[in-house]
Design a protein around this ligand. Sequence first.
Ligand code: FPP
Length: 236
Amino acid sequence: MSTFEKLPRHVAIIMDGNGRWAKKHKLKVAMGHRQGTEALRSIIRESSDLGIEALSLYAFSTENWKREAQEVEALMGLILEFFASEIDELDEKNVCIRILGDKDGLPQRQRDVLYDAEERTGQNTGLKLNIAINYGGRAEIVRASQALAKKALAGEIKPEEIDEAMLARELYTKDLPDVDLLIRTSGEMRLSNFLLYQCAYAEFLFPEVLWPDFDLAAYHEALHAFGNRERRFGGR
Ligand code: FPP
């Protein structure tokens, strides 16, 4: 077992490269996502074992609906399969699951499974596992702004009382620490509308490896790279 210089409290991952992995292996794109789900299982387990406080994974963005129906269906199917096969172990490991994004915009079966997972594990005190599904960072900020506007109109708050912390409390990630480390696999260097507000001071890492090949060695390497970075948060 590796020892780490300094572990991030909150790791966020954009799991990119499933499609290219499938192409490279001459397989259908759905098989890339299936293999990507295996990587996701082991990274969740490892994060829990290492005692990382929060792990946020980008599984399905609000823009992913534009993909071919077959691919969207495959991803929706994998979400059901994942929760059916993992929920007992995650609950046993004291993992607290939270879905980031608009669950109500999902098909009924997925919606039910996600609400159940949140309810079943909501009191757990181990790894905070956030899975972004039907999620967009800008939409999240708009939603928070609307919630604050409603409170102001109802006289519960004054507009000038709104500060960064108050807005953060209206985000899906309320009560979680800011993202310390953002990893995007496959060499792409974009944020793609993921956790825009929460990544303000995150360290970014862009390993070349495609997501299905992101193994524990690659994860450890990223954690060491984070531990060796000097963070100044705008100071000297
Ligand atoms: C990006 O790769 C990945 C996605 C859009 C989906 C990620 C989903 C999973 C890993 C599994 C499903 C999630 C759960 C919770 C079971 P891409 O297809 O854009 O890759 P490409 O850029 O190489 O085409």
